[in-house]
Write a protein that binds this ligand. Structure first.
Ligand code: NAP
Length: 305
């Protein structure tokens, strides 16, 4: 088993595979990110090409289209016939299809397997996979996916998983902005953040995402589990897919504007719930409020998307 890409998600996925007892070969563009995994038993390959020649299942968890396309070219150059490339990144259907062609030409099987969750969700064993590709290929690697997370949706045999993932992320981005607006409205009228989040969480609008973000918001913790920059990347992909399909997505288009403004204001590397900080500042409220006294009453949960 091999894993390429030891970012926030890749590292958490590697930990799950090691916990499940899989022998694991890893590699990452920037060296040094594998040190903690080596201590836990992972073996480090020097390059994606080196890794791909040694395993039958190759997982990739990479930032974007360019990263996947570059790494996939190296992988198929050395992968064994009938090995399986499983990409869990969020990328465009177009680049994914090109990777599919490359893989097919090298007799490498290919699954698109973008994920819904975040590093904390992975570590808690709750990651959801949205998979498209051949059913028989999924059957071959399903035990590996289930060792990482319990939910596997098979949504088609082509690029469908890419679209489903983008559609869900479009909803998450919109929800983050609406939470930000609700909190700014509440705070500007003297309602405490804790009280508003408490009611929000138990209301009809209290989606899992609201609950995941409650604790970090109460702690004023905007460290990234998913950066504002990566969410902008996803909304760009959503808008490209919408243009290609000839459909208008007015809220997604609006989210591009909000994410860009937050990035230009310096929140690119923060978690994308920093949309709230950005709106708070733009609204003239103090940038950071003291954590409310009722923090300890909230469940200990971490972020998300
Ligand atoms: N974080 C989440 O909550 C979450 C949830 C669902 C889906 N996703 C998706 O999962 C993917 C990974 O997300 P993440 O949060 O783990 O991102 P991340 O922490 O930024 O990690 C990105 C990974 O991609 C590698 N990379 C970037 N450009 C590269 C290139 N040109 N060539 C080779 N490697 C390259 C990085 O290597 P370096 O270490 O060298 O930079 C790193 O290993 C993204 O597509 C994201 O949209 C993330």
């Amino acid at each position: 088993m091999g894993l390429i890409g030891l970012g926030n998600m890749g590292t958490a996925i590697a930990e799950r595979l090691l916990e499940a007892g899989y022998p694991l070969l890893v590699t990452n563009r920037t060296r040094g990110k594998s040190a903690a995994l080596e201590v836990r038993g992972a073996v480090v390959a020097s390059t994606p090409r080196d890794l791909a020649g040694q395993v039958d299942v190759i997982l990739t968890s990479l930032a974007d289209d360019d990263a996947l396309e570059a790494v996939a070219a190296d992988v198929v150059a050395s992968a064994r016939p009938r090995s399986v490339l499983v990409d869990v990144s969020t990328v465009s259907p177009g680049v994914s299809a090109r990777v599919g062609s490359l893989a097919g030409a090298a007799a490498v099987e290919y699954l698109r397997a973008p994920v819904s969750g975040n590093p904390a969700v992975v570590r808690a064993g709750n990651l959801t996979f949205i998979v498209s590709g051949a059913q028989e290929t999924l059957e071959r690697v399903e035990p590996v996916l289930r060792a990482i997370g319990p939910t596997v949706h098979h949504v088609g045999d082509g690029e469908q998983a890419r679209i489903v993932k983008l559609a869900i992320n479009s909803m998450i981005a919109g929800l983050a902005q609406l939470m930000a607006e609700a909190l700014v409205l509440g705070e500007s009228a003297g309602v405490s953040r804790a009280a508003l989040l408490d009611v929000m969480g138990s209301s009809a609008a209290g989606a899992p995402f609201v609950k995941y973000k409650t604790e970090p918001l109460l702690r004023d913790d905007f460290s990234a589990t998913f950066t504002t920059a990566l969410m902008e990347k996803d909304i760009d992909l959503v808008l490209d897919a919408a243009d290609e399909a000839g459909v208008a997505l007015p809220i997604a288009r609006e989210m591009k504007r909000h994410l860009r403004a937050a990035i230009e204001a310096g929140y690119a590397d923060d978690d994308f719930i920093a949309l709230f900080l950005h709106l708070r500042k733009a609204s003239g409220l103090d940038e950071v409020a003291a954590p409310p006294a009722s923090v300890s009453e909230q469940p200990e949960q971490e972020v998300v998307r």
